[in-house]
Design a protein around this ligand. Structure first.
Ligand SMILES: NC(=O)NCCC[C@H](N)C(=O)O
Length: 417
C-alpha cells in the first residue's frame, strides 16, 4: 500500500476514520468537559451523521480505501499471537486495571477486544472497565502522513492518551504499515529517548490537527493549546535530519477552546483557496509565523495570509468563515466553518450548519450540494464523482459539531495523489 501525502488538496485516495462508538453514549454531563466534549450528544444521530461522511468517502475513494480504525485494531490484535498480550498489558498498566480485568480481556475475541479497548465497556457484563475515548472520531489528531513518513503524534490532554497508545500499537504492528517500519519511516513522538522533555521541563505534545502538509517542501505546524514549541522544535529537527521536508512553518495561535488546533482556523480547499477565520489568519491578530529552513535560515511573517502569498502562491484567495463578519464569523468558526477536508482540488466536505459561510462559498463561485443528494445521484448514475468541480458538499452536523471538530478533524489521510 502506498502511503504518501504531500498536500492538503490532492486527490484523496486512502483515509482512516472512526465511527462514533458506544463509549460516547456514556459521557456524562459532569465528565463531558474533562473528556473534551462541550455537551453530551445523542449517539444514534451522531452515528447517522458520521455514516453520511463515510458513505460519501466510499463513493469518492472506494470502500476498501476508507479504513475504520476499529477494524485496523482488530486486525492488529489477530495478526500475531503476542500482539493481544502486548496491548492488554499496556492497557492494564496505563488504566491501572485489577488483574481480573486483564484476564477478562484475554478471554475476548479480537473483535470484542478491539471494541472494549476503545469504548472501555464490556457489554455482555454491563461493566465499565475504564473511560471511553470519545475523541477517537477525530482521527486527524492521532497521526500525520508527511510525504512518505508517518508522524505518530502525542496528545496534550489526558483524555486522549489511550488514543495514542492504540495508534502506536497499530502503526507498529499492523501488517499494512510494515513497509514503513522496515524503511524506518515512522516518527514516533512518544519515544521518550528520541523526544525527551526539555531541560526546563517542557513536555513534547503535538496533535495532528496542528499539522498541515502544504506541498512536499513545506509542512506547517500550529503552536497552540495542544502543541508545545518544544515538541515542534524536536519534530522539526527530526524532519530535517531525515530530509522529509525543506521548510517547517510554525504558526503561533492564542490558547483558546474554540481554536485548540490550527485546522479550526483554516484549511485549504484548492491550490489557490483557503477557508479561514479572518481575524487571526488574514488580519494576523495574535499570531506570528516563523519559517525554519533546513539550511538554517529563518523568515518571519505577521500573518498566515502574508506567508502563503510570499512563499506558496501569490494569488491565494481567502474565503472567510461567517463571510468575515461578526458575530457570524465567531459563531461559524465555533461550529467548524473553517474545518474542511478536500476530496480533490476545489471539492470539499463541510458542515451544513454554517449558512453565512455558505454565502462566502457562493460568492467565490462554489456550488453547494447535500451529501445525501449527491450520494443518491452517484448511485443512480446521474453524477460521476470524477467530473465534480468547485463544490462544497454538506454533511449533517447537529450532533457531530458538538464534539468541536469538523470533516478535516474526522479524516486521517494516508494517501493523496
Ligand atoms: N483537529 C481538530 O481540531 N480536532 C478536534 C478535536 C476536538 C476534541 N473534542 C478535542 O478537544 O480534542
Amino acid at each position: 500500500m502506498s502511503i504518501n501525502v504531500s498536500s492538503e488538496i490532492g486527490f484523496l485516495q486512502k483515509v482512516i476514520v472512526h465511527r462514533p462508538d458506544s463509549g460516547i453514549s456514556r459521557v456524562s454531563p459532569k465528565r463531558a468537559e474533562e473528556l473534551l466534549f462541550d455537551d453530551i450528544v445523542f449517539l444514534p444521530k451522531m452515528q447517522e451523521e458520521h455514516d453520511v461522511l463515510t458513505l460519501l468517502l466510499d463513493k469518492f475513494l472506494g470502500t476498501k480505501n476508507v479504513l475504520e480504525i476499529t477494524t485496523l485494531l482488530e486486525e492488529t490484535i489477530k495478526d500475531e499471537a503476542e500482539n493481544k498480550k502486548l496491548i492488554i498489558s499496556r492497557v492494564e498498566d496505563y488504566e491501572e486495571l485489577p488483574r481480573k480485568f486483564g484476564e477478562k480481556l484475554e478471554s475476548l475475541s479480537a473483535k470484542e477486544l478491539a471494541k472494549v479497548l476503545i469504548t472501555g465497556y464490556l457489554e455482555e457484563e454491563d461493566h465499565i472497565l475504564f473511560d471511553p475515548i470519545p475523541n477517537f472520531i477525530f482521527t486527524r489528531d492521532i497521526a500525520v502522513v508527511v510525504n512518505d513518513h508517518v508522524v505518530i503524534t502525542k496528545a496534550f490532554k489526558a483524555a486522549r492518551y489511550r488514543e495514542n497508545l492504540l495508534t502506536r500499537f497499530i502503526f507498529w504492528r499492523h501488517p499494512i504499515f510494515k513497509p514503513l517500519r522496515d524503511k524506518n519511516k515512522i516518527i514516533n513522538l512518544n519515544d521518550l529517548d528520541l523526544f525527551p522533555p526539555s531541560k526546563t521541563g517542557e513536555q513534547v505534545s503535538l496533535e495532528g490537527g496542528d499539522v498541515m502538509i502544504i506541498n512536499e517542501d513545506f509542512i506547517l505546524i500550529g503552536c497552540s493549546e495542544r502543541t508545545s514549541m518544544h515538541g515542534i522544535q524536536l519534530l522539526k529537527q527530526s524532519l530535517f535530519d531525515k530530509k522529509v521536508v525543506k521548510n517547517v512553518v510554525v504558526i503561533n495561535i492564542p490558547n483558546d477552546r474554540s481554536f485548540m488546533h490550527i485546522d479550526t482556523l483554516f484549511t485549504m480547499i484548492s491550490e489557490d483557496e483557503i477557508v479561514a477565520y479572518k481575524p487571526i489568519i488574514y488580519d494576523g491578530n495574535s499570531s506570528n509565523i516563523l519559517v525554519y529552513r533546513s539550511n538554517g535560515g529563518i523568515s518571519e511573517y505577521s500573518s498566515v495570509k502574508k506567508f502563503f502569498e510570499s512563499e506558496i502562491n501569490n494569488d491565494m484567495k481567502f474565503i472567510f468563515a461567517g463571510d468575515g463578519r461578526s458575530p457570524y464569523q465567531e459563531r461559524e468558526q465555533w461550529t467548524d466553518g473553517c474545518n474542511l477536508v478536500a476530496l480533490k482540488p476545489g471539492v470539499a466536505i463541510a458542515y451544513d450548519r454554517n449558512t453565512v459561510t455558505d454565502l462566502a462559498f457562493q460568492k467565490a463561485g462554489y456550488s453547494i450540494v447535500k451529501a445525501e443528494t449527491l450520494i443518491k445521484d452517484i448511485d443512480e448514475g446521474k453524477v460521476d464523482p470524477n467530473t465534480i468541480k468547485k463544490t462544497i458538499i454538506h454533511i449533517p452536523s447537529n450532533e457531530l459539531s458538538r464534539a468541536r471538530g469538523g470533516s478535516h478533524c474526522m479524516t486521517c489521510p494516508i494517501s493523496r495523489k
